[in-house]
Design a protein around this ligand. Sequence first.
Ligand SMILES: NC(=O)C1=CN([C@@H]2O[C@H](COP(=O)(O)OP(=O)(O)OC[C@H]3O[C@@H](n4cnc5c(N)ncnc54)[C@H](OP(=O)(O)O)[C@@H]3O)[C@@H](O)[C@H]2O)C=CC1
Ligand SMILES: O=C(O)C1=N[C@H](C(=O)O)C[C@H](O)C1
Length: 271
Amino acid sequence: MTQMRLVVVGAGGRMGRTLIRAIIEAPDLALAGAIEPAGSELIGRDAGELVGLPALGLAVSEDALEAFAAAEGVIDFTVPAASVAFAALAAQARIVHVIGTTGFSQEDEAKIEAASRHAAIVKSGNMSLGVNLLSALVKRVARTLDEGFDIEIVEMHHNRKIDAPSGTALLLGQAAAEGRGVSLAENGVFERHGHTGARKAGDIGFATLRGGTVVGDHNVIFAGTGERIELGHRAESREIFARGALAAARWARGRKPELYSMVDVLGLADF
Ligand SMILES: NC(=O)C1=CN([C@@H]2O[C@H](COP(=O)(O)OP(=O)(O)OC[C@H]3O[C@@H](n4cnc5c(N)ncnc54)[C@H](OP(=O)(O)O)[C@@H]3O)[C@@H](O)[C@H]2O)C=CC1
Ligand SMILES: O=C(O)C1=N[C@H](C(=O)O)C[C@H](O)C1
């Protein structure tokens, strides 16, 4: 098979740089574009040199449309407004769109769903194998335990993160709610401050920590009477997310337009 030509949007970001390096190192993939927003000081820089590798002869550009027209897929770890716009462009170009961005509103989600009528989109709040396996475990445990076990989700990330709770925490909360057969929208508790009163049975609580350079820690706690089960994941490097995103692009190549998740990519639906 020919190399899959991929564009990285948000090329200068923490994930963008990790992805560019991973694509350059993958023999079955080729970097077809590296996009940054108009006005970025990175426009015009060589994409290889940007990530500390030899020059590639491919300049960072602001022209996503031109790059998408010459590619089979786009890998997108940016910000919600940009990802929604890229979804429309990727749908126009009929190319695979892998979305790792987090922090979407319901309105954003609806726009991405609409774009998936024209292009295969793989979207997940966490692209790593470990977290997706963890989410399957959380769903299974939540199915077994009743409301006698309180579910709390604790996450910690680096001090540059701009959304809370993390996309992963929400994904794990959704898995817990599905396992228990309830709605996360109705049972999620995202803030506690002051005189909160006692915890309500059935709540699914979230706690957010931010600091330093933590790549991403998640713990799901099932707290019962006299015992506690904790399921957790520690991301030690962003390469695990890049690996998952590139696996998603390969998997989506040639698939029919639809909104897919990493559960589909990893074959975890029947876990
Ligand atoms: N699903 C997963 O597995 C993972 C998801 N994430 C998520 O990915 C996102 C990015 O994370 P991270 O890399 O740490 O963040 P960064 O802030 O380091 O990177 C974001 C990049 O997107 C760029 N960007 C913003 N707007 C546009 C635009 N309109 N066009 C092109 N580029 C744009 C930014 O450019 P500039 O700085 O010039 O504005 C920046 O380079 C977050 O939502 C994060 O939560 C992160 C890791 C794993
Ligand atoms: O912003 C990050 O860094 C991360 N974001 C994702 C999230 O919101 O869960 C995934 C990962 O934990 C790193």
